[in-house]
Design a protein around this ligand. Structure first.
Ligand code: PXP
Length: 241
């Protein structure tokens, strides 16, 4: 029987909406949205504490590390500051991601091969205290091998490019994802995937061999608005006599 794919819900964009007003509004309540995600079937909560703090704040990490009832996955840049936060707040997983200040979202995977010397001791430090480690990488054999050599427990394959492409180029990118997943599994790495997954592409990603986990954020928060605005307008309409 095929195993069930673990669903990690990335709640960064709940915090994006809160931070649009400088974090001064009591809504949207991140804790409430985390609980709703878990009620809906999320088996993991994922957050990215970015250097520019555009969405998730340090107090969110602090609160969720205490209160989240499912495993917490912290996406983080490979910096000593982030390693210190991870050591302090002890998420269940740390996913190393590249981070550029001006990017709209995480564009491209981490170059584990190039950053090997820097990343390797960080992986070791975090694994020693029981945190599992994944590397968010492009679906390339070279990066899968570097992730294995750096001692990671898992690779999270970047699906963003595949989602955006069309036709033959999409097929080619899918082939890269399949090959990377096969090779990662052969090396004993867990296979995770994420970025840009919506309802349509989540149906297709089911077919990725050895896939154990997906992390989905932006589409889910957008669907929550599309599927929930009618109800909140109705409530406001009732309040306004
Ligand atoms: N996985 C990683 C490593 C990411 O950086 C992101 C974006 O924060 C996601 C998954 C989720 O991507 P999306 O918000 O497009 O679903």
């Amino acid at each position: 029987m095929k195993h069930k794919i673990r669903l990690g819900v990335n709640v960064d964009h709940v915090a994006t909406l809160r931070q649009v007003r400088g974090g001064t509004t009591p809504y949207p309540d991140l804790g409430k949205m985390v609980k709703a995600s878990i009620k809906g079937g999320a088996e993991q909560i994922t957050i990215h504490l970015r250097e520019d703090r555009r969405h998730i704040q340090l107090h969110d990490l602090k609160k969720l590390s205490k209160e989240c009832s499912v495993p917490l996955n912290l996406e983080m840049a490979a910096t000593s500051q982030m390693v210190a936060y991870a050591k302090k707040y002890r998420p269940d997983w740390c996913c190393f991601v590249p981070e550029k200040r001006a990017e709209l979202t995480t564009e491209g995977g981490l170059d584990v091969k190039k950053g090997f010397k820097k990343i390797s001791p960080m992986v070791d430090k975090l694994q020693r205290i029981g945190i599992e480690i994944s590397m968010f990488i492009e679906p390339s054999i070279e990066q899968v091998e570097a992730s294995y050599e750096v001692g990671a427990d898992a690779v999270e394959l970047h699906t963003g490019k595949w989602v955006m492409l069309k036709g033959a180029r999409k097929q080619k990118e899918w082939k890269r994802l399949v090959e990377a997943a096969e090779w990662a599994n052969y090396l004993g790495l867990n296979v995770h995937a994420g970025h840009g997954l919506d309802y349509e592409h989540s149906r297709l990603i089911n077919k990725l061999p050895h896939l154990q986990e997906v992390n989905i954020g932006h589409s889910l928060i957008c669907y929550a608005l599309e599927e929930g605005l009618e109800q909140s307008v109705r409530k406001m309409r009732k309040i306004l006599k």
